[in-house]
Each structure stands twice: as C-alpha cells, then as structure tokens.
Ligand binder design. Structure first.
Ligand code: PEP
Length: 251
C-alpha cells in the first residue's frame, strides 16, 4: 500500500462560522479527491456545528478538548460534545502547552479520552530552539511521547497521528529543513516500534509550511502529511500545498 497523506490546516483563533463555511465550500472546489490524500481543517469551536452539513470531502477537527465527559467545568468542551461534530482533535499543540500551561499529564488524559470517544487524536510534539541547540530534541520528544501514551492500549495507539512541530518553526517563517524533519520523523518511528509494537503511525510535519517548501517536505520518506497554520488561512496557499501532495501521489 502506498503512503497515506493528511494535509491539515490549524486555523487557531481566526475565522468566524460564516467565513469557515465559505472557506470549506471554496476549498472543496479546488481539488479532486485522490487515493492516499485526506484534507482536514481545524476551525474554532464556534464554526464546527455549521460545517457538519457540508460535503465530507474535507474532514473537520477541533483544536482542543477537555478530558472530562461532562460536569462543572465552565468554558470547557468535552469529547462527548465533539464526537458528533468532528473526526479529529488536536492534542497538546505547543500554544496550549506554553500559553495555557498544559502539562504532559493533561495531554495524556486528553489522548485517552479522545480515543474512548472515537476521536482521532493529532498529538503535537516538538522542541524549543534552546532544546535543539543544546542537543535535547530527542530526549524531549521521547518524554512527550512516553507520557502521552501512558496507559493507552496498544491497539488504540494505532489511531493516534503525530504532528512533529518544532516550536522554533511555528509562526516564525523558519521551517525545519526537509532533512531535519526526516531525521526527527525517523526517530519517532523508531520510538513508536517500542511504545506501540505492531501499530502503524502517520507523522505530520508542522512549522511554517508553505507552498514553496511543502513539496520537498512531503517527499521525505517518513513525512506523511503537514499541519499548516498561517498558510492554511488562505485558499490560494492551502490549495497549493494540497496540489503539491496530489502531484507527489501521482508520481
Ligand atoms: C501550527 O500552528 O500548528 C503551525 C504549524 O503554524 P505555522 O504553519 O503558522 O507555523
């Protein structure tokens, strides 16, 4: 079987419900579905319900969730609520970890709950610039993965998608080189064999992905998709990244 790609757009705190609907309808018209390609967007919570009725060519994800099913947790959104609206949920994005102080333990609870509610978790991991420069990239990612998977049944870990997002590359215009991305993805694949024996793993790269660098990143052996922030907010740039992936699949 050939490689399966996921091209995912993280919209962060941009686009209201109407803008999100218009974007998804327009984006669907820019590409033809090909085997091996999945496209997903992760809009703000307020847009999710409005996207449900649109054609399923573009999958939908949430940017976060809480790790309880229901209860007195003012302002939180549960996996039970998301279950009827989305396919995927981002867990542990570096902005959640850094700005909202989410710990590895929180991330682990979220992963377990997402799986329990049949949501496909996209688990984000990655190092800071300082960690990279002091040779701690591998140790950081190993710790994040081990903690995230704690108590997850091996058969369930096969449903997790990983997004390797070096923090120094997010929103900075500095992307990891294709070689740097491939090295870390390869390392994660090796870890996965120990952490989740026999389970498949799809790893996305994220961090200043744009049309100009996406083809080479996607061509790396262990890069099976991209998580795109800024460049997913405009139809032209996001569809150009999708087209690059289509081109690779046709080769
Ligand atoms: C992200 O937020 O996940 C991201 C990768 O952002 P950007 O593409 O803007 O660096």
């Amino acid at each position: 079987m050939g490689k399966e790609y996921l091209i995912a757009g993280n919209w962060k705190m941009y686009k209201n419900a109407a803008e999100s609907r218009a974007f998804v309808s327009d984006l669907a018209g820019t590409f033809t579905q090909v085997p091996g390609l999945a496209v997903a967007v992760f809009p703000p919570f307020t847009a999710l319900a409005g996207l449900r009725s649109l054609d399923g060519k573009i999958k939908i994800g949430a940017q976060n969730m809480f790790y309880e099913e229901k209860g007195a947790f003012t302002g939180e959104i549960s996996p039970l609520m998301l279950q009827e609206l989305v396919d995927y949920v981002l867990i542990g994005h570096s902005e959640r970890r850094e700005i909202f102080k989410e710990s590895d333990e929180d991330v682990n609870k979220k992963i377990r709950m997402a799986l329990q509610f049949n949501l496909l978790p996209v688990l984000c991991v990655g190092e800071t610039l300082q960690e990279r420069e002091t040779g701690k990239t591998r140790a950081k990612i190993e710790r994040q993965l081990e903690k995230a998977l704690h108590g997850v049944a091996s058969r369930d870990s096969g449903k997790i998608i990983i997004a390797y997002e070096p923090i120094w590359a997010i929103g900075t215009g500095l992307n990891a080189t294709p070689k740097q991305a491939q090295e870390v993805h390869h390392f994660i694949k090796g870890l996965w064999r120990e952490l989740a024996p026999g389970q498949n793993l799809q790893i996305l790269y994220g961090g200043s992905v744009k049309p100009e660098n996406s083809l080479e990143l996607l061509a790396q052996e262990d890069v099976a998709g991209v998580l795109v922030g800024g460049a997913s907010l405009k139809i032209e740039s996001f569809s150009a990244i999708i087209q690059n992936c289509v081109q690779l699949l046709k080769q």
